[in-house]
Design a protein around this ligand. Sequence first.
Ligand code: ADP
Ligand code: ZN
Length: 206
Amino acid sequence: MYHGSQGGWIEVIAGVMFSGKSEELIRRVRRATIARKQVQVFKSQLDDRYSTQAAVASHDGATLEALSIAKATDVMRHLRTDSEVIAVDEVQFLDEGIVGVATELAATGHRVILAGTETDFRGEPFAAMPVLMAIAETVDKLYAICVVCGDPACRNQRLVDRRPAPYDSPTILVGGLETYEARCRHCHEVPGVAAGQTQLFQDQHS
Ligand code: ADP
Ligand code: ZN
């Protein structure tokens, strides 16, 4: 773990779905609690209009109590004066305000742990994640296992009716019937865009 002589830094846990981000966040929070730190855990909730109790849950069943939030500034609204460690899961669903919130928390001596998926279903940078990865003291990029070929997986494959979702479908679907699989770059399918020719590629070559 990073440990500067002055308190206050940002740790990012990045990776695709099933890569173990929640497991890792839960592990860090448990260890901070054992060290008798005051910890607050938040989780972004897309369709919740009000803050409610929720849980950070990993795909293998571990859970941790968390407060569900809709906006980045909700973290500051619920911040306790004695909190030392702030953990936020599913950061990719929060607005860009999370960059300022994390920066302010780190500047005021908090250890900030942020977990999120850094690419959307198209394989492109997701919301504030790339900026958070740039400004963090530590970044751990985790991989799942590609369900097609067994290689390390770094892409979220969105499926609708078991078929790959097209490039132009929305980045975030609320309450949709889609499912996701972890896949590697080579098994990742995004109909409607030629291999490698994402918007990112086009922006840089136009
Ligand atoms: P994340 O928060 O990144 O979605 P979780 O911590 O919730 O990840 O879940 C990780 C767990 O998911 C793994 O320990 C494993 O038990 C399970 N799992 C299911 N499918 C896969 C997969 N394709 N690759 C790796 N782990 C998987
Ligand atoms: Zn693969």
